[in-house]
Ligand binder design. Structure first.
Ligand SMILES: *[C@@H]1O[C@H](CO)[C@@H](O)[C@H](O)[C@H]1NC(C)=O
Ligand SMILES: *[C@@H]1O[C@H](CO)[C@@H](O)[C@H](O)[C@H]1NC(C)=O
Length: 355
């Protein structure tokens, strides 16, 4: 791993040619549509190769990098940046809030792995946006191998009506690979734009994946920690699609949902709320009704709360809410591909395997 952390070494011209040929062949072999063959995993060296830049800034909390703080590294990127830049964050717990501003696209935050590189802040606020530990407002942003946490005490959110967001994702073309998101409440604010979450871990109790994003969650683990002091059961998602022309929606493919306490898969936040769980393991933590329209009293006609080929004890359909849909194969097809977020146009790499 450590060899991939440094910038590209200078190579003598003859060797350089040989390397180019090898890269060319391997690219032609497996990478026609940026998907991957079965045995290739998305790891840090692969992402680094796809990003293909020689610009790397090192952040090390112990002082062995160019910066000790992630924000300081982002501040050093010029506004209007138009080429990929890697900000490598060495292992450690970084206690700070991080903001990636709109005018700084093409940043790749590369951690050493979830559990090794952690970004933690503790804030409970009336504003979701304000409380967020990580705030992404630039397009073409990717992150790998980082745990992102809002440490605000459990219960504070419910008693004070405050929010404690771990990450706010408010830009188009954003991807997280092997990242973890922790909070008790409103963990992941997937606000707007097209996003891809690959092998991520997302934890929370109520509405913990919410917003108006258009997102694919592939092979993600959703861990529920219901707060028993709250009388109502929470929901994993609160998707806020507004009308029939709104392309937003959350699609969960091939992951697993488990945890402690009862929870719904989703609640109707907008009248056109759209969420699909497909080929996902659902443990008994999912309430038999599956979906709820708590706090929404409009028509259920346009809600798109759907499941396709899920399994596990929480996937039983007998007691599902009347508007919940069990999709047929042809209805599900449009959600089972990276085309839902047009990933072929902008993702450096993805891997969607459904079998
Ligand atoms: C980095 O790559 C760019 C083009 O890809 C090149 O122009 C530049 O000289 C390289 N810089 C270094 C330090 O290798
Ligand atoms: C709730 O948020 C407000 C600011 O939005 C803050 O002043 C207050 O301290 C927060 N309450 C708790 C319990 O954190």
């Amino acid at each position: 791993m450590s060899s991939s952390l440094s910038s590209y070494p200078l190579v003598a011209p003859t060797i350089h040619v040989a390397i180019s040929v090898v890269l060319f062949l391997s690219v032609g072999f497996y990478d026609v549509v940026y998907g991957l063959s079965a045995n290739r995993v998305i790891d840090s060296p692969l992402l680094t190769e796809k990003i293909g830049t020689n610009r790397t800034i090192k952040v090390d909390i112990n002082g062995n990098g160019e910066f000790k703080s992630i924000q300081a590294a982002i501040d050093s990127v010029p506004e209007g940046n138009s080429e990929w830049i890697i900000i490598h964050i060495r292992k450690g717990v970084y206690r700070e809030k991080v903001h990636v501003p709109e005018k700084k696209p093409y940043i790749f935050l590369r951690g050493n792995g979830k559990g090794k590189t952690s970004l933690v802040w503790s804030q409970s606020s009336e504003s979701n946006l304000e409380s967020a530990t990580l705030k992404v407002e630039a397009s073409h942003f990717i992150a790998f191998g980082i745990s992102i946490k809002n440490d605000a005490p459990v219960g504070v959110a419910f008693t004070s009506q405050n929010q404690s967001v771990a990450a706010f994702v408010g830009a188009d073309k954003v991807a997280f690979y092997h990242c973890a998101f922790y909070s008790t409440h409103n963990t992941l604010f997937d606000h707007k734009g097209r996003h891809y979450y690959d092998n991520c871990y997302i934890q929370g109790s109520i509405d913990f994946i919410f917003g108006q994003g258009q997102s694919v969650f592939f092979s993600c683990e959703i861990f529920v920690i219901a707060d028993t002091r709250v009388k109502i059961s929470g929901s994993i998602t609160a998707q806020n699609r507004q009308n029939e022309n709104d392309d937003s929606g959350f699609v969960f493919l091939k992951g697993k949902v488990y945890g402690i306490g009862g929870v719904y898969l989703g609640r109707a936040k907008g009248a056109y709320s759209r969420v699909v769980f497909a080929k996902t393991y659902l443990s008994r933590t999912i309430a038999p009704q599956g979906w709820t329209k708590w706090s929404y009293d409009g028509s259920t006609e346009h809600l798109f709360h759907a499941e396709y080929d899920c399994h596990g004890p929480g996937a039983a359909t007998e007691e599902r809410a009347p508007w919940a849909r069990q999709l047929k194969e042809e209805e599900a097809a449009k959600f089972l591909s990276i085309d839902f977020v047009d990933g072929n146009d902008w993702l450096p790499v993805y891997k969607i395997e459904l079998d």
